[in-house]
Design a protein around this ligand. Structure first.
Ligand SMILES: [Zn+2]
Ligand SMILES: [Zn+2]
Length: 404
């Protein structure tokens, strides 16, 4: 069973969970079982917290992807001071697999291997255990494994090109800045009054868009009044005469059971009943889609990424993109399919075959195609970039077999 992660070598009871029947009789790594069962387990490098969060967010990634996304950025070779080699990354990953923090999972029908978090990895750091639910360690069905691999491949390629990729507040800020700056330039460049007024209207829509606004905490430094998170003051002045101050929340948290919002995880009160809530405050992503961003010559260079998730409808993935105002600056969009029927011919530089989902995605950005009823005319607000299609899951080359 290649999709089953190994049983954590550490007894489950030690992690505050009742052991399932038979858990102690089967060990995934008998060669190391004795060592890792020792009461004083080696202290994990704190940097691995970031790695585990990343693997959880992506659901899985290959060793090569993790090298670009994490190890080459966080570890230096002691002698040269340069990023560690991919070989060194593989050695470190092998140790994490032996320790039971990561599991190797082969994608059926391919020779590709994903690394997934095990329960031991998920619970190694409190921040990770709080951010990721237990489903991150569940084996992925093959089409989801291919999707995870593909998304990690795109993130890794863009990271190597100097982008930061994610759905965090930094990504939201970069996207907002890029759109607002370009719209501001249009307002300033408008020659006629009506043109300027139209551009100003779009600028206001962008600035007040809930999607492009991070969570902020508003408080009055004079009297100490704090507004509930996300609430905007009616005026910039507090009733006491002080001036409200706004601060962006870098890691917003929310509780799925009572809807509470907070800056940090921990105990909280269910406001509806006035008692301590039994739910958990977990981090929420600032954006519902992936963004790659970097600064080149003082300007924001921003790409919005759509790697087609086979478990979701094409429409729902399109509708959450930041393409919603007529007249907005065009978003540069990277669209990657993940269906079995779409294959990219690297030598010819074009699609050799297109599946129904890729067709539907392309149609949404084709001005000559009949629009979906009630849908935003996406081609007006986006430019689809053919970014690194040679790295898509079913890309192939007749000339070389190295593109596996
Ligand atoms: Zn006040
Ligand atoms: Zn709650």
């Amino acid at each position: 069973m290649p999709l089953t992660p190994p049983t954590p070598a550490m007894p489950l009871e030690a992690m505050g969970e009742p052991a399932p029947p038979g858990a102690t009789s089967t060990s995934g790594s008998s060669a190391h079982g004795g060592r890792s069962r020792a009461p004083s387990a080696p202290v994990l490098d704190e940097r691995l917290c970031e790695l585990f969060l990343l693997i959880g967010e992506l659901r899985g990634a290959s060793a090569q992807h993790l090298h670009a996304l994490f190890f080459a950025r966080r570890y230096e070779d002691r002698d040269t001071g340069k990023p560690i080699s991919e070989r060194s990354t593989r050695t470190r990953i092998a140790a994490l697999v032996d320790d039971g923090h990561l599991a190797r999972v082969e994608i059926p029908g391919t020779r590709r291997v994903l690394l997934q978090l095990t329960e031991r990895g998920r619970t190694a750091f409190p921040v990770v255990a709080n951010a990721l639910t237990e489903h991150v360690r569940k084996p992925l069905p093959s089409e989801m494994a291919a999707w995870a691999w593909q998304r990690a491949a795109l993130w890794a390629a863009l990271t190597e090109d100097g982008y930061r990729v994610g759905r965090d507040v930094a990504a939201l800020r970069a996207l907002r800045r890029d759109l607002v700056d370009r719209q501001q330039a249009r307002v300033e460049g408008a020659k006629e009054k009506t043109e300027r007024e139209k551009a100003e209207k779009v600028l206001r829509e962008l600035r007040s868009s809930a999607l492009l606004t991070p969570w902020t905490a508003v408080s009055c430094p004079k009297c100490g009044t704090k507004l509930p998170l996300l609430e905007r003051p009616q005026s910039s002045r507090c009733a006491c005469g002080g001036t409200f101050q706004q601060r962006v929340i870098e890691t917003p948290h929310s509780c799925a059971s009572c809807g509470a919002r907070a800056e940090h995880f921990g105990a909280h009160v269910d406001e509806r009943v006035g008692n301590t809530c039994g739910g958990r405050l977990r981090p929420v992503q600032a954006l519902p889609f992936d963004v790659a961003h970097r600064v080149v010559d003082g300007r924001h260079d921003v790409l919005v990424l759509l790697v087609d998730n086979p478990r979701r409808s094409v429409e729902s993935q399109l509708d959450e993109l930041p393409l919603r105002f007529l007249g907005q600056p065009k978003v540069r969009l990277v669209v990657w399919p993940s269906d079995d029927d779409s294959a990219y011919d690297i030598d010819a530089g074009e699609w050799a075959a297109m599946g129904p989902r890729l067709r539907a995605l392309r149609r949404a950005f084709d001005p000559s195609a009949p629009p979906r009823k009630g849908a935003f005319p996406f081609w007006l607000a986006a430019e689809v970039e053919p970014t690194r299609l040679d790295l898509t899951f079913r890309a192939f080359s007749r000339k070389s077999s190295s593109h596996a």
